[in-house]
Design a protein around this ligand. Sequence first.
Ligand SMILES: CC(C)(COP(=O)(O)OP(=O)(O)OC[C@H]1O[C@@H](n2cnc3c(N)ncnc32)[C@H](O)[C@@H]1OP(=O)(O)O)[C@@H](O)C(=O)NCCC(=O)NCCS
Length: 160
Amino acid sequence: MSDFWVVQVTRKNYHLFDDMVFWRQQGRERTAAEKQSSREGQYLDAWGALDSGHLFVYAVQSSGRFVGWISIVFMPKVGPWSKGVLYVDELWTAPDYRRQGVASLLLAKVRPLQAQLQAAGVRLYVGADNPGARKLYESFGFRARNAAIFMEYEDADQDG
Ligand SMILES: CC(C)(COP(=O)(O)OP(=O)(O)OC[C@H]1O[C@@H](n2cnc3c(N)ncnc32)[C@H](O)[C@@H]1OP(=O)(O)O)[C@@H](O)C(=O)NCCC(=O)NCCS
């Protein structure tokens, strides 16, 4: 546990985040050579999003690399009824690091961010087939509001 600490993902450390996403998608870590060549790239889209003031990404660092992340979006509201809400978009821990408190360290960033942004609340969705994540969220005070059906539209849905 002492080897874990949370950092905000910024332009400066974004290459470590990119390595972690590769790890998630490919099921293996980048080699040293792959890491080196990936650092030569530019990440302009990601940097723009990270600089937007509406996206907050935190990662847990261990042994010089990132092993988990949380992605939190601030959704502003206009009108008198709300100050805006936070939405937890992604939470992931590398399989070898699960059940060691990594996601808990990341979720601990949510309430301070809510206070900082004066957001009215925090939302997320969790799969009905993901009881472990649900238990984790409940331990941080999240409660299922009602039975909802998650709906989504993606460009890929038009294929075929
Ligand atoms: C869900 C996930 C983020 C949990 O990450 P983690 O770093 O292992 O979580 P933590 O170690 O902080 O877990 C804290 C507590 O949450 C609960 N918990 C977490 N994962 C659990 C699991 N698979 N089964 C049961 N309880 C679980 C436990 O109470 C755990 O405490 P314990 O280990 O002392 O029993 C991780 O399993 C993951 O990345 N899964 C794939 C992606 C995913 O499902 N993300 C959530 C999308 S909504």
